[in-house]
Design a protein around this ligand. Structure first.
Ligand code: SF4
Length: 443
């Protein structure tokens, strides 16, 4: 079979990065290898995201970039996958006449068959035309899977059973399905064999793992099992939901030496009224207690979060409660966004009380406060010794600079790595602290 080139463009979250990686792995069997240059490609795939605003238009305009390539080379295959494909299906084929394949998140394992059908028949195809099994199938990582990464993702579940009022994920990724723990462990072992030192477990509500199955182990038990795998030195996970952040889980995180001292847990608002309207299923006090308990076990724990500013029912008082919450809890970092409505979600029909400028003003105020906290926390680390995994040789900033991550997930730049190489874990003395990064020297 002729060698062919595949170019993949990935939008959105780590889940999509993971899926793109597995698409490349699956298509190796069809003789495709990845190229960074779309002009060299025999197939171009867009792995899309619908969490941000105007996703569909973005996809259509991205495809427009490749129209000329398709005209010059009619054999070029153009495909769209991911959340927008899951939502739009056949509609996308109708909208973009030069698009060949549409595969949603649920039809990912069927992609090789869809490509074969398209190449054999020339008939444009979308997921609505294929028969999927009733039982969701995860893409399985093959035993000969190879990666150059020292850090990699493992998807342990798909979908979400929550119905947060603003979120489109349950509509694009469906209900929760946990990957059998045996498969998760196998995948971690394959990665370890390939040189991966750090694994990040992925799930929309990662700590509700196993709850959809009768005889599955819990998330805490899964961490224990992965902790035993030789070669894996660090375990991370994202994103846990406060509802399932149980004492058992917190104790497991403390007890297991390979589970890192970093929690990224979305709070979304500091106002209990807004949390209730968002249907988040916890109160800010519960979140605070969880973090207090974790910090009592691990004072070095770093905590980051997601926040939505300007939810339709958010009053000035609610917003101030979020600011107060930030001051009380002292997150190491917060990813904050101005609310924007998503079709199909419950909050889509709520009347917005704030203008875009008002939402932006609140967002800026919150970001300024968080920056102050983040820089103070970074500077508190100056003079401390941090264990660093060297994961990146230059990061494109400066060719003489190397970078790695602390156990708390902070990026550290190091000028002179001496005899160390990518994948090594060693101690670094922190010499400088900035909002998002640190600088240090090997000791
Ligand atoms: S927990 Fe809520 S915000 Fe997170 S993916 Fe599920 S519905 Fe969306």
């Amino acid at each position: 079979m002729k060698d062919k080139k595949l170019h993949i463009i990935t939008f959105g979250c780590q889940m999509n990065v993971y899926d793109s990686d597995k698409i490349a792995m699956m298509l190796k069997d069809l003789n495709y290898s990845v190229t960074d240059n779309p002009a060299d490609a025999d197939m171009i795939l867009l792995n899309t995201c619908s969490v941000r605003e105007g996703p569909e238009n973005k996809v259509v305009s991205q495809l427009g970039r490749f129209k000329k390539l398709k005209e010059e080379n009619p054999n070029l295959i153009l495909g769209v996958g991911g959340c927008v494909a899951q939502q739009k299906g056949e509609e996308l084929l109708k909208q973009v006449k030069y698009l060949d394949i549409v595969f949603g998140t649920d039809s990912l394992p069927a992609l090789p068959d869809m490509i074969n059908t398209y190449t054999q028949t020339g008939k444009r195809i979308s997921q609505t035309e294929i028969q999927l099994s009733d039982i969701y199938k995860f893409v399985e990582v093959t035993p000969d899977y190879e990666t150059n990464n020292v850090s990699d993702f493992v998807k342990i579940m798909k979908g979400c059973n929550k119905r947060c009022s603003y979120c489109i994920v349950p509509f694009t990724r469906g209900t929760e399905v946990s990957k059998p723990s045996k498969k998760v462990i196998e995948e971690c072992k394959i990665l370890a064999k390939s040189g991966v030192k750090e694994i990040t477990l992925l799930g929309q509500t990662v700590n509700s793992y196993g709850r959809d199955k009768k005889n599955e182990i819990s998330f805490a038990q899964l961490l224990e099992k992965i902790n035993e795998i030789e070669g894996i030195e660090r375990i991370r996970f994202t994103s846990p939901h406060p509802k399932y952040f149980t004492k058992d889980l917190m104790d497991a995180i403390y007890k297991l030496d390979k589970v890192m001292e970093h929690i990224h847990m979305p709070i979304q608002s500091g106002s209990n009224k807004v949390l209730k309207e968002m249907r988040r299923q916890y109160k800010s006090e519960q979140f605070l207690e969880q973090i207090k308990y974790m910090r009592s076990l691990m004072p070095q724990l770093e905590v980051t979060t997601d926040i939505i500013v300007g939810y339709p029912t958010e009053t000035e008082e609610d917003f101030n409660l979020t600011l107060d919450f930030l001051k009380t809890i002292q997150f190491d970092n917060a990813f904050s966004f101005a609310y924007s409505p998503r079709p199909m979600t419950e909050s889509f029909n709520l009347e917005e009380t704030l203008t875009l400028d008002e939402k932006k003003a609140r967002l800026n105020k919150l970001m300024d406060l968080q920056k102050e906290i983040s820089i103070k926390k970074s500077q508190n680390l100056i003079g401390t010794i941090q264990e660093v995994l060297l994961d990146n040789d230059s990061d494109g900033r400066d060719n003489n600079q190397y970078s790695g991550r602390t156990r708390g997930n902070r990026k550290v730049y190091i000028d002179d790595i001496k005899d160390k190489k990518i994948g090594d874990i060693f101690n670094v003395k922190i010499t400088e602290g900035y909002i998002y990064t640190l600088k240090g020297i090997i000791i």
